[in-house]
Design a protein around this ligand. Structure first.
Ligand code: ZN
Length: 199
């Protein structure tokens, strides 16, 4: 009891980080197309399993591995060198408390640190009176987000874990532009395969 046992989050073998075989399986998740965000991986197979595990248990090794995938993808777009601030799409307070962390914030903090850019909580969820869950219609349009007003027009990088319909990223972009952002770039670890996003 009380001993820390490190395991590969993919296959469970005793190793501190993701093992080479599992890392290779994740790399095989072809880069998906998404109009609303830059996306590193397809939300299938081992990537999906690891993401589900990461949501419910704050696994540093998995977070670091996903952040590295996002950073590799970011290096392919020209805006990356101009990012002033990194933020994230916040999860609900209830989920954050239940899970012990906000998975998008955890990812944003690693990405910001790697880029040498400050990480700030710029986006806030609108609760709008509904305390319990969302209607199907609300889920389809994504969460309602507003952004804190910015004093300087900055280039903002928004980090999220999984893109499904893209509506949340569009909402985040819109809120940040309304709050004075000069440019908004969205990045996600993974996107669900196309059919789920075409609804
Ligand atoms: Zn493994």
């Amino acid at each position: 009891m009380g001993l820390f046992i490190y395991r590969c989050a993919g296959c469970g073998q005793s190793i501190r980080n993701t093992c080479a075989q599992c890392a290779a399986k994740i790399a095989l998740c072809a880069q998906p197309h998404c109009d609303d965000a830059v996306v590193a991986l397809s939300y299938v197979g081992l990537t999906r399993d690891l993401m589900l595990g990461f949501k419910y248990r704050n696994q540093r090794a998995v977070a670091t591995m996903f952040a590295e995938r996002m950073l590799a993808t970011l290096r392919t777009i020209p805006e990356t060198g101009r990012i002033d601030v990194v933020t994230w799409v916040p999860t609900t307070r209830e989920r954050r408390v239940a899970r012990g962390h906000d998975q998008a914030e955890t990812l944003a903090r690693i990405v910001g640190k790697s880029l040498g850019v400050p990480v700030r909580k710029l986006l806030v969820r609108e609760t709008g009176g509904h305390q319990t869950g969302h209607s199907r219609a609300q889920r389809l349009v994504g969460v309602a987000l507003r952004a804190r007003l910015m004093s300087d027009p900055a280039t903002v990088l928004v980090v999220d874990d999984v893109v499904t319909t893209g509506a949340t990223m569009r909402m985040a972009k819109r809120a940040l532009y309304l709050a004075g952002a000069a440019r908004v770039v969205c990045i996600a670890v993974a996107a669900t395969p196309a059919p789920a996003r075409r609804r």
